[in-house]
Design a protein around this ligand. Structure first.
Ligand code: GLY
Length: 375
């Protein structure tokens, strides 16, 4: 399945498997988020990251059929049932959470209970659509009295695949219809002409009029948060995958060109591409891993003449993450160092992040030849 040129992928895959065999014994059926002082902090299953650990285990299970990893992934999925019934704490990240648990499980093993859970998540996600502004509402209030009803964020592009999947599974076009409306809104309101994207756009939830762009996890409203750009590349490529609408492909390419043009020499992005000179610019390895997966998908979607730039950059990013950012010998629990979770709030800086680890392993799996998507 794999050519000589990918010797490093075999090595990396072996190291990932060895390490996860070890770390899964401590982490078990819990929900790691960011690693601090060498160990993953285990978060509540309500947090948006709850699907990445089981998703990573499914990626390894697909290759090795390791029963222990499967059991942990199934236990994590079952723990999420309580979350599905806690209406107030559900936000748009139901896509991330149930795609990598239930959709993955269903696609790999045909589990009917997983299909039911994923369809329920898709229904709940669809219910967050605001018809006035054609956007999926991102969050509920973070603090009492806060009004988030007009907020949409770029990350939601990765929540759309569960809607496309639900339409394919049920034959009911409503889910896809909502996903397309949201993706069209993103083309109009988030993606800028140079290929940079906003993190947050706020609308008037009654009139649907755009009010403003907000900086969110980026430096400023008009800067370029690298993880947001990565969500856009992969999310738009996935929207093209499910719909065949060339407008999504064209936009994914535009954002990808901006991303590639702003990569430093070692191919791993800093946390925001448009920073003033006096602001610190640590790497965000997670943005690199996410973008790499998007670029590798794009490479398979464009013509043979266009493909090499996306394929090569995706490979270079993953190879650099493996060689320059991977922790393979030390006692660190995470796989990929130097993630930046939230620079403006100075949260989880210079740490392995579970989503960085997940997308790194997804990218490796793709280079090994696994092209079927959990998304
Ligand atoms: N989806 C939240 C983040 O990327 O940090």
């Amino acid at each position: 399945m794999m050519t000589e040129q990918y010797q490093w992928v075999s090595e990396a895959w072996e190291k990932v498997n060895e390490k996860i065999d070890r770390t899964s014994k401590r982490i078990g059926a819990n929900f790691p988020h960011a690693s601090e002082n060498g160990q993953y902090v285990l978060a509540e299953p309500y947090w948006w990251t709850a699907g990445f650990w089981p998703g990573l285990l499914w990626l390894l299970y697909r290759d090795r059929k390791n029963e222990e990893l499967k059991q942990i992934a199934e236990e994590c999925e079952a723990k999420l049932d309580a979350v599905q019934h806690d209406y107030y704490r559900l936000d748009h990240d139901m896509g991330f959470m149930w795609t990598l648990t239930s959709v993955a499980h269903y696609k790999l093993l045909g589990d009917e209970n997983s299909k039911r859970r994923a369809l329920l998540a898709a229904n709940l996600l669809m219910g967050r659509f605001n018809v006035n502004g054609s956007y999926i509402r991102a969050w509920n209030p973070w603090t009492e009295g806060e009004d988030n009803s007009g907020v949409a964020i770029i990350d939601c592009m990765m929540n759309l695949p569960i809607l496309y999947w639900a339409s394919e599974e049920t034959g009911d076009p409503r889910f896809k219809g909502v996903a397309v409306k949201h993706a069209d809104m993103v083309l109009n309101q988030f993606v800028r002409s140079d290929g940079a994207v906003h993190h947050i756009v706020r609308f008037d939830p009654e009139s649907g009029e755009r009010i403003e762009a907000l900086g969110g996890q980026g430096y400023a409203p008009d800067s370029a948060w690298s993880r947001g750009n990565a969500w856009a590349i992969y999310g738009l490529a996935l929207s093209y995958h499910y719909t065949g609408y060339v407008k999504y492909l064209e936009s994914a390419k535009r954002v990808a060109h901006f991303f590639i043009a702003h990569l430093p020499e070692d191919f791993v992005p800093v946390w925001d591409f448009l920073l003033p000179a006096d602001v610190a610019s640590p790497r965000d390895s997670s943005a690199g891993a996410i973008a790499a997966c998007g670029l590798l998908l794009l490479a398979d979607q464009v013509s043979a003449a266009e493909a090499p730039v996306y394929q090569r950059t995706g490979e270079k990013i993953l190879q650099s993450l493996y060689k320059n950012y991977g922790d393979w010998e030390g006692s660190e629990e995470g796989l990929v160092l130097q993630g930046t979770s939230h620079f403006p709030e100075q949260k989880f800086m210079n740490n392995p992040l579970i989503y960085g680890d997940y997308y790194f392993v997804e990218g490796l799996a793709r280079l090994k030849g696994y092209k079927e998507l959990f998304w």
